[in-house]
Design a protein around this ligand. Structure first.
Ligand SMILES: Cc1ncc(COP(=O)(O)O)c(C=O)c1O
Length: 416
């Protein structure tokens, strides 16, 4: 515990634990510049002509245990393409968690299917296979587990159930670049997987995504859908399925190739630091870092998730987070609402999608108690770049938590 613990909280005018900013994101340098300039000067700026995206697709898929990778414009489109390639019938049901970014569920609507929400486990923040089992109906065709924060979901149980019920499973691995489960890479644990390369992600090119699979037929379907319905061997103006141009560009491919060289070392650092921080923060009463599943062999820590139990800690979540911010630790309360409580779902504002199913849907009846508790009372996270820091950066984070806990009495009367 640092000497600063004796200073009043920074939120009340005391000395901050941390004055310096943390490591910035993205991390880039000469390799990104060289690749970008080479792509620029080649004059081949599109995926159909250049070699950057093709090289990246091959390397990324191989690193994530898959035979095929199809680079696309973002991680929302990649989910939608994975669903369309799976042949999900119109207005069938796809089970998703409610504690995730919008895209996990909105991509289902954009594939003209019905998102059905199943609760998460309070301790791992990941889809609870028992809740999935209960959510299955004769209309269910697919499940999309999210590897929340970068910890793989309970894929053993989810895949066993999917086999019994003939369901397609698509990993939403937007947080899970370089993660692994029982030694197998995230992205190779289901029929298809989807990754995002949006600015905040552990591997980024600003905007981008990829679908991965080892199934030749699914890969061929994804390739066709992301390329205007063309088929290999077909004519240029020959279009076979409803689709569009969702191809990733060469400049993105160039940046991703350079970023991919950095990933193994960054991933090892995040996992090491994340585990260190989790064991240190777990000593503070009322702070519960995301429980690590013993089968998680690499947590990619896109987010360092934790719960704050206000009763046990002795101060309201909002006050604790404000106090941590004031100490110089950027922290978020995470998703404020389960997805089914978003106006989009409450109002069924689905545009042209789900014309038939919409009438029978009522998301006001959906309740996922663990997710609701996490959103409204307990959830919080730190972002991945904090875990790329030095031991002294990590020490500052831990000290700030310990200081705020030591002074919890002064926060107890602040609004929850
Ligand atoms: C879990 C999850 N799935 C999907 C996406 C969508 O990715 P993109 O923003 O690249 O469309 C995100 C992005 O934040 C995400 O966090």
């Amino acid at each position: 515990m640092s000497n600063l613990t004796h200073s009043p909280l920074a939120i009340f005018g005391g000395r901050k634990v941390r004055e310096k900013p943390f490591a910035g994101w993205p991390v880039f340098g000469a390799p990104e510049e060289d690749r970008l300039l080479r792509a620029l000067r080649s004059g081949k700026w599109g995926k159909l002509h250049g070699g950057e995206v093709a090289e990246f697709e091959h390397r990324f898929a191989a690193m994530h245990g898959c035979k095929h990778g199809i680079g696309v414009v973002n991680g929302t489109v990649s989910l939608r393409i994975a669903l369309m390639a799976s042949g999900i019938p119109a207005e069938s049901e796809v089970i998703v968690p409610p504690y995730t970014f919008l895209a996990t569920a909105s991509a289902v609507v954009e594939a003209n299917a019905v998102p059905v929400f199943a609760d998460i486990d309070l301790e791992t923040f990941n889809l609870d296979p028992r809740a999935v089992e209960q959510a299955v109906t004769p209309r269910t065709r697919a499940v999309i587990p999210v590897h929340m924060g970068g910890q793989p979901a309970d894929m053993d149980r989810l895949m066993a159930m999917a086999r019994r019920r003939h369901l397609v499973v698509i990993e939403d691995a937007a947080h899970a670049h370089g993660a692994s489960y029982a030694g197998r890479p995230a992205g190779s644990l289901a029929h298809l997987s989807s990754f995002s390369f949006q600015s905040s992600k552990n591997l980024t090119c600003g905007e981008g995504g990829i679908v991965c699979t080892s199934d030749d037929a699914l890969a061929e379907a994804c390739r066709s859908i992301h390329n205007c319905g063309r088929i290999s061997g077909g004519l240029w103006y020959e279009h076979h399925v409803m689709s569009g141009n969702y191809r990733l560009g060469e400049f993105q491919g160039a940046v991703l190739n350079a970023q991919l060289d950095r990933l193994p070392e960054q991933a090892a650092t995040r996992d090491r630091n994340g585990q260190w921080l989790a064991s240190r923060l777990a000593r503070i009463p009322g702070v519960y870092p995301q429980r690590r599943d013993p089968r998680c062999t690499r947590h990619s820590y896109h987010l360092f998730l934790f719960r704050l139990d206000a009763q046990v800690f002795g101060a309201p979540r909002r006050a604790v987070l404000q106090a941590l911010e004031a100490e110089g630790i950027p922290v978020s309360a995470g998703y404020a609402l389960p997805l089914y409580q978003q106006p989009l779902f409450l109002n069924k504002a689905f545009g042209p999608y789900l014309p038939g199913a919409s009438a029978r849907l009522d998301y006001r009846k959906t309740h996922c108690p663990n997710c609701e508790r996490i959103c409204s009372e307990q959830g919080a996270w730190l972002e991945q770049n904090l875990l790329l820091g030095s031991p002294s950066d990590l020490e500052d984070i831990a000290c700030a938590f310990e200081k705020v806990h030591a002074h919890r009495g002064s926060l107890a009367s602040m609004a929850a």
